[in-house]
Write a protein that binds this ligand. Structure first.
Ligand code: CA
Length: 513
């Protein structure tokens, strides 16, 4: 079997991946033109938009040829785009907890879908970014999936945010039976995608956008606001209308996949995504579902882009376009067959790279930042841009203000992603280093290998580089907090015992699929 046989099924142009290679992209001439400093103007409002499971298939990132996101692309033109932004955990709850608390999973001990951050005693009173702005006179609002648990799980959910809107989610658009048929590893009812006629106003995301647009017209006068919106799509189930699906090409949409890409990957990597609702590549191909899955994802992304457009139009018509910081971020990436899996829960680029766009007062127009940054940086960044950086609680991110003012400003440290205790990826401008809890390692050179097909760990030529990356591993590997669950992995280095979601995985067990 030709090792590269599958490559032809993906698209060809390696130049599409230039944003991943560590090359400095040409900066448009408008870069560096500053809006007035916030300190010289009334406080900036904040519109903080999370998109669930949106990977880097965004038009302006030039990563997928069929990605259509005109609203985000226009936002990128009037703001700054981070081309090398990474989540701190490749999963909703730990990623969002990290963003909102400004702390790493390896510090909080929150690695799984449970517990909610406020159910953890140690973090019960750590102010979220919303609470920080509320303390400084902002009116705070949240709708949709911002915190994975929708700010429940603590002793004072009412104290989290001044106003909450609709919870969002998939809404009432489920077909009578799943398009994808019975999916493996549990036949999760949400593990579905495809097209059928439905009323888009029944979608949770439509209702979130509707609520946001309405609230922007009626906010308390004279008070700055921090509005956090969490859009659910393109998280599964990715239901679209036949018209929306028809707008996505049928050819050339599958990402490049190397046939035996895992032969040089440590076996331990499988434990990070041991038993998931997301089917493996093999099932997707055998059931003819990979292309429908990808197309529904792309169509859903375009639809969500339109919902963000509705909110931005409302922002403008309410007169807030000039004095509002707009931030758009994805909580984790997504695989569509790369390295044999779909979904997230990996430490590779497909799971960790996320879109991150910032526009508004103090942000350069058209900036394209190539240095690695972390979603964790958002809390100190927004506090800095709004002039609220005095006496911040202990935070582990670093303000991105220098890069937002001048995209070519260097950064001293790489981005770190953690998937359960002791498993980390270090992404520098050019390389990715991975270390698993059992000590196994990977090392990739994005300049020559943007798809991470050749694990260089063990090659003497990169030994010094690996040493250099290893020093960025966190000094603290917090154990799981109590009552953890949902995609949690435990590993005992003394006995070699592995537990997935609390159950021992017997040595030599076949990989579930
Ligand atoms: Ca997610």
């Amino acid at each position: 079997m030709n090792r590269f046989v599958d490559v032809a099924q993906g698209w060809l142009a390696t130049c599409c991946w230039i944003g991943l290679t560590g090359l400095i992209l040409p900066v448009p001439e408008s870069s560096g033109v500053m809006a007035p400093k916030p300190s010289a103007a009334p406080p900036s409002n904040v519109l903080f938009i999370a998109i669930d499971d949106l990977n880097d298939w965004v038009g302006t990132l030039d990563t997928h040829p069929a990605a259509r996101t005109p609203v985000l692309d226009r936002l990128a033109e009037r703001g700054t785009t981070f081309l090398n932004a990474h989540c701190q955990a490749p999963l909703c709850n730990p990623s969002r907890s990290s963003v909102l608390l400004g702390l790493r999973p390896s510090t909080t001990g929150i690695y799984g879908l449970q517990p909610a951050m406020r159910a953890v005693k140690a973090w019960e009173n750590h102010p979220t970014i919303l609470q920080w702005f509320a303390r400084h006179g902002y009116h705070t609002l949240a709708a949709g999936k911002v915190d994975h648990a929708r700010f429940r799980g603590g002793s004072n959910p009412a104290g989290e945010v001044h106003e909450t809107g609709p919870w969002g989610g998939p809404g009432e658009v489920f077909p009578a039976t799943k398009h994808a048929g019975e999916t493996p590893m549990g036949n999760n009812p949400w593990m579905d995608w495809g097209a059928h006629p439905h009323d888009e106003t029944k979608k949770g995301d439509y209702q979130v956008a509707e609520w946001a647009a309405e609230r922007l017209q009626t906010l308390p006068p004279g008070q700055p606001f921090f509005m956090a919106l969490g859009f659910f799509l393109p998280h599964v189930p990715t239901y679209v209308t036949p018209e929306q699906l028809a707008a996505v090409p049928t050819e050339g949409v599958l990402p490049p996949v190397l046939a035996d890409d895992r032969v040089d990957v440590p076996d331990f990597a499988w434990y990070l995504h041991w038993r998931l609702p997301e089917p493996r590549l093999r099932w997707m191909r055998e059931h003819g579902q990979l292309q429908p899955y990808v197309r529904a994802y792309l169509a859903s992304t375009t639809w969500i882009d339109g919902q963000i457009g509705r909110v931005l139009e409302a922002l403008a018509s309410a007169g807030f376009a000039e004095n509002t910081l707009v931030v758009v971020w994805g909580d984790n990436g997504m695989h569509f067959g790369e390295k044999g899996v779909t979904g997230k829960n990996t430490l590779w680029e497909r799971s960790t790279r996320v879109p991150l766009l910032v526009a508004g007062p103090g942000v350069a127009r058209g900036g394209r930042v190539a240095v690695p940054v972390e979603l964790l940086d958002l809390y100190p960044t927004l506090a800095d841009l709004a002039g609220l950086q005095e006496d911040l609680p202990p935070l582990e991110g670093i303000t991105l203000r220098p890069q937002l003012e001048d995209a070519t400003t260097p950064r001293q440290r790489p981005a770190l992603t953690t998937a359960n205790p002791g498993n980390h990826a270090v992404r520098s401008e050019r390389y990715r280093y991975i270390r698993y809890a059992d000590g196994a390692e990977e090392f990739y050179d994005h300049l020559t290998d943007p798809h991470e097909w050749r694990n260089l760990a063990g090659d003497p030529a990169v030994a010094a580089l690996m040493v250099d990356h290893r020093r960025w591993l966190p000094t603290r590997d917090a154990p799981h907090v109590a009552d953890h669950g949902g995609r949690t992995l435990e590993y005992d280095p003394d006995t070699g015992i592995v537990k997935w979601e609390g159950e021992v995985v017997p040595a030599g067990s076949p990989v579930p699929e």
